[in-house]
Design a protein around this ligand. Sequence first.
Ligand code: ATP
Ligand code: MG
Length: 354
Amino acid sequence: MSTLWVLGAGQLGAMLKQAGTPLGIDVRPVDIEATDELPLQANDIVTAEREEWPETVATKQLATHNNFVNLATFPQLADRLTQKQWLDRLDLATAPWFPVEADSSAQHAYDTLGERVLMKRRRGGYDGKGQYWLKQAENSEIPDDWKGQAIAEQAINFDEEVSLVGVRSKDGEKYFYPLTLNLHINGILYASISPLKRLDQYQSKAETMLGKLMDALDYVGVMAMECFRVGDDLLINELAPRVHNSGHWTQAGSNVCQFENHVRAVMGLPLVSAEIKNQSMMVNLIGVDLDYQWLSIPSLELYWYQKDVRAGRKVGHLNFCTGNLTVLETALDRLNMPAPYPQAIEWLKANLPA
Ligand code: ATP
Ligand code: MG
């Protein structure tokens, strides 16, 4: 079997490697700052754990390999401008928007999008970084260094945020996990739950939307679609051409997790409809220290990324999966974590099936 190289050596690369191991696939995440000559073979496969990258010794070697799956798609989706253009072209619902140009004014934003407008930098934003609110009530103006560098989006008064993770093979075969309900606090994902019966009614609509996009891009592998649910409508917030944080629960809650599905798809291995086990939930560890006492909590699985702990930084996640809802509630009661976790824990309790 050929080697699977991953551009990027963060937690997503590590979890792809972990998923490849039982399949006998040598998955090698590559630090983008690495300077070694990589022993790339002609029949190896290349994928990425991030949607954009600087040109370095390592990324140049990987990006010039003939088997870099989805290479042309990354720049299309990494730039929010071209991503939004794809959505409009395919007639996929998204928050109303316009490109912020050199001569764009805040007044134009208020006139066309309403009194609260969210600017997002075209590139490099994540976890709510690279966002700037324009508020008419505060007479906000567009800072010069956002002109030509951002899109402006209508503030969506959503009911909740959901995401769909899907996988597509080279032949266009597609499978999807059940919709995931997500809680973001200050633009960063804190918690997810899936599956939820009450979201079933949006499943086929969401699959049609993401499927249309994957087909149009002739995409191979796992892609994630973040949506706002507004009444019965789904508006696409953003797309990620990679495994995604809101799919981490599948490590505990499915016989084929999102990481294995991505490895299977890019390596040309068979895909199947994954079995979903019981009830899952996921809690991101953001700026909190490792606490091995978590391991005494039934149904909990710990993923610690071995990164230095800094405020606002994702340093791990906790997955929970069991058919016994009382076990989940007890687990949440035992998570003794600082603000804003009490809010996330209450949200999980409120959204678990009764
Ligand atoms: P990620 O880490 O998922 O890549 P990000 O920082 O790139 O996130 P978005 O997903 O676009 O950026 O936004 C982060 C969060 O900010 C969303 O999940 C949502 O809670 C909020 N948000 C984004 N766009 C809007 C909008 N138009 N109206 C209201 N809230 C929004
Ligand atoms: Mg997002």
